[in-house]
Design a protein around this ligand. Structure first.
Ligand SMILES: Cc1cc2nc3c(=O)[nH]c(=O)nc-3n(C[C@H](O)[C@H](O)[C@H](O)COP(=O)(O)OP(=O)(O)OC[C@H]3O[C@@H](n4cnc5c(N)ncnc54)[C@H](O)[C@@H]3O)c2cc1C
Length: 465
């Protein structure tokens, strides 16, 4: 068990959980009742998506976990999930979900100037701009600090050259969280800067990569002599590693808690590229869901949402296929439910500890590991319940209708979708092995792997390519 009071080292590259900055004294029930009356007074299906998100974002309900100076309400992460559920229950459109809300906004709120918050975070919470994460490179994934994309100063701008990969939502993004090397002559963690980078410019070539699910969630991004203003530097020159750690901590905590989707889970996608901002918001939300019901998701990562939704869907599937009497299936359903409950209790535990000014180091990593476990169990159990039909998958609407007809099961397509996607969550946001390394080295204080990475200038380190 990790001790809540154990201090976390603050060395370059060390892990610090900055995700939950809850300082509020208002109770959760009071907040939710405030939200309900705000929705009564403000929800209007005749608004455009842009108008609705403007109202919601500026009132603090798009990102209630952010601090109050960054368009938030300083609510605990576990409570922000309740806010999302309450909005869905009311039948209104949810926040402009995506990597902007999940990652860029909390990073800029932590490391950016107030001017940057008022520009970038405002555009995120109001859905005006969509973001992607330009971190990973062909030779720098787990070893992120080994990245080779270069930014060279040119007056009050930087010229950027390099290649990124696995860029989720890059094809729909207005801006990217760009990590680039700004000083190769210092050790690798110390020469990286973090930029708010315009994607829609000459010199940025986004090429989608198709996955086995049939979706093209992520992309390769080739950057050739592209430009970024010095004023878009977040957190100061060569201080990008600290800002990157904030992004990663939010990614792990968000993915683990169900507090956000990697590429958005809303009914409309934010940003200028998807073209949804001018649509009537009432045309995009369905009828008010029944009590306990969920909003539908048009997102390629909807499968992940369903996997995190608990054992409910698989219990229905087991019942409909007469597998609910199988002792092995029942045992795994109980395991799945238990893992979900442990995640929920951990969220409450973090909230309680933080309210007393403490912290539980490593909890985002533990949450992410637990999410990987849930995803794998959901995949294996779903396919086991489905039987041979689990070998069939549909790639378009027509195929999905045929699959449903031939299997006579509305869940079959969803199960195979989840099963094919299940390989991804244990990799993105840092692989399971990397999460365990972080817990071992930075939380439990185990010795690090021997390396001269932290003392040798990056330019003198051997490179793979
Ligand atoms: C669906 C999906 C979406 C993604 N979206 C984005 C995105 O939007 N933006 C972005 O920047 N990146 C994104 N990524 C990239 C993701 O962050 C990387 O894939 C991940 O960090 C692993 O890096 P890699 O693929 O280069 O694997 P590698 O780092 O090459 O790792 C290969 C294997 O070696 C293991 N390994 C590596 N180093 C160690 C070590 N020190 N100790 C033990 N084991 C180790 C790893 O666990 C892994 O099993 C996405 C990935 C996926 C799958």
């Amino acid at each position: 068990m990790l001790s809540p009071s154990r201090p976390v080292p603050d060395a370059p590259g060390s892990f610090r959980d900055v995700t939950d900055t809850a300082t509020e004294t208002i109770s959760t029930d009071e907040r939710l009742s405030e939200l309900r009356s705000w929705l009564e007074n403000n929800w209007d299906p005749d608004l455009t998506v842009a108008q609705w998100w403007e109202r919601m974002g500026l009132a603090g309900w798009s990102a209630p976990g952010l601090p109050t100076n960054a368009y938030g309400k300083a609510m605990a992460r576990s409570d922000t999930v309740l806010v999302q559920q309450e909005i869905a229950k009311f039948g209104a459109m949810g926040a402009p979900a995506g990597l902007g809300l999940l990652l860029a906004a909390p990073t800029i709120a932590t490391h950016g100037s107030q001017e940057q918050i008022d520009l970038y975070v405002r555009e995120i919470v109001t859905g005006r701009k969509a973001w992607c994460q330009l971190f990973s490179e062909p030779q720098a994934g787990s070893d992120l600090a080994g990245l080779q994309t270069r930014a060279i100063k040119d007056g009050d701008e930087w010229i950027v050259n390099g290649q990124k990969v696995w860029t989720s939502g890059g094809q729909y993004a207005d801006l990217g969280m760009l990590l680039a090397r700004t000083d190769p002559d210092v050790p690798k963690h110390q020469g990286i800067s973090y930029f708010a980078f315009e994607m829609l410019q000459d010199g940025v070539d986004v090429r989608p990569l198709k996955e086995m699910t049939g979706h093209a969630l992520f992309n390769e991004v080739f950057i050739t002599d592209a430009r970024v203003a010095d004023s878009a530097l977040i957190g100061g020159l060569n201080n990008g590693w600290a800002a990157a750690n904030t992004t990663l901590a939010n990614e792990r905590a968000g993915l683990g808690s169900g507090g956000g989707n990697a590429a958005g889970g809303g009914l409309a996608q934010p940003g200028t590229v998807m073209g949804m901002l001018d649509k009537r918001v009432g045309d995009l939300v369905g009828p008010k869901p029944a009590a306990g019901g969920k909003q539908r998701s048009q997102n390629p990562l909807g499968a992940l949402g369903a996997m995190r939704g608990g054992a409910g869907m698989l219990i229905s599937l087991a019942q409909s296929r007469g597998r609910n009497k199988d002792a092995g299936v029942r045992q795994d359903l109980a395991r799945l439910h238990t893992l979900g409950e442990i995640g929920r209790f951990n969220g409450l535990r973090v909230k309680a500890v933080k309210e007393k000014g403490g912290d539980i180091p490593g909890m985002p990593n533990i949450s992410k590991l637990s999410m990987s476990q849930i995803v794998r169990l959901t995949r294996d159990l779903g396919l086991r319940i489905l039987g041979p039909a689990g070998m069939l998958h549909a790639y378009d609407a027509e195929g999905k209708a045929e699959l449903q007809q031939s299997t006579r099961d509305p869940f079959a397509g969803g199960v195979t979708e989840m099963a094919l996607f299940a390989q991804a969550p244990p990799i993105y946001g840092g692989t399971d092995q990397v999460q365990r390394n972080i817990i071992g080295e930075r939380v439990l204080g185990l010795p690090k792997e021997p390396s001269n990475d932290r003392t040798t200038p990056f330019s003198q380190l051997p490179k793979n390519a």
